[in-house]
Design a protein around this ligand. Structure first.
Ligand code: PXP
Length: 241
């Protein structure tokens, strides 16, 4: 299992004062030096955290896996093809949302992804991951499109208010992971993961490859520093740093 650190909120903090610091590219280097396998960033349409120049600087600087999270707009597809990350994670994006609120509705986007999005990435060497809720129907359609990976949305699990709700969502995630794996796609996961819920996820959900973690990790780093925080995550993932 691999830890991909999302550095969006380093940029959020930078943008709060319009200074050049803290720098998401410097944060990415510290995370990699501390043992993270790679870095995720989400370039949003409104550029509220990561900006275009960050994307090109991250591409130059990141040594491990670079995961470009984005909405499937023509503008983002162009930038992504120019940057050539290892992985492109496609997410729904609502202008008013504070963060990504759920997985893609595959029924809704299927025709557009089939006719416009997947052909645009053909022969680019960029792997495609679709951010999905643990729904068999969505996973089936993602497989029909030829997606390389699915990132399972763990937000509902992370926000579960009691142990029954958590168990129920863990069962859905487990079934989804089994299905994704059996269809030959890679199982990734992310959203709302932290030091408390990540061990529960790992214990229950099989075949996890990449976990993408941002807000909780960056928040903890305010107190512990990025190096110690990344190492604590790796420790509970049983990954040597
Ligand atoms: N994965 C996806 C697809 C996301 O949209 C986000 C949030 O940007 C994350 C993972 C990371 O979520 P969090 O910041 O809650 O760790």
């Amino acid at each position: 299992m691999q830890l991909l650190v999302n550095v969006d909120h380093i940029a959020t903090l930078r943008n709060a004062r319009g200074e050049g610091y803290p720098d998401p590219v410097e944060a990415a280097s510290v995370c990699e030096e501390s043992g993270a396998t790679g870095i995720v960033f989400h370039l949003r349409k409104d550029r509220r955290h990561i900006r275009d120049e960050d994307v090109y600087r991250l591409k130059k600087s990141v040594k491990g896996t670079l995961d470009f999270e984005m909405a499937a707009s023509d503008e983002m597809i162009e930038i992504c093809k120019e940057v050539k990350p290892h992985l492109c994670t496609l997410v729904p994006e609502g202008r008013e949302e504070l963060t990504t609120e759920g997985g893609l509705n595959m029924k809704l986007v299927y025709d557009d992804f089939k006719d416009r999005v997947f052909p645009a990435f053909k022969d680019t060497g960029i792997k495609i991951s679709l951010f999905l809720d643990p729904n068999p129907e969505d996973i089936k359609l993602a497989h029909e499109l030829g997606s390389d990976a699915i990132e399972l949305h763990t937000g509902t699990f992370a926000n579960a208010v009691d142990s029954d709700a958590q168990k129920n969502e863990l069962n859905r995630l487990t079934d989804a992971a089994e299905m994704i794996h059996s269809l030959g796609m890679t199982v990734n996961a992310g959203h709302g993961l932290n030091l408390k819920n990540l061990p529960i996820l790992i214990e229950n959900v099989p075949y996890l490859e990449d976990v993408s973690i941002g807000h909780a990790l960056v928040s903890k780093a305010v107190f512990w520093g990025l190096e110690r925080t990344v190492k604590e995550y790796l420790k509970i993932m049983n990954v040597e740093s």
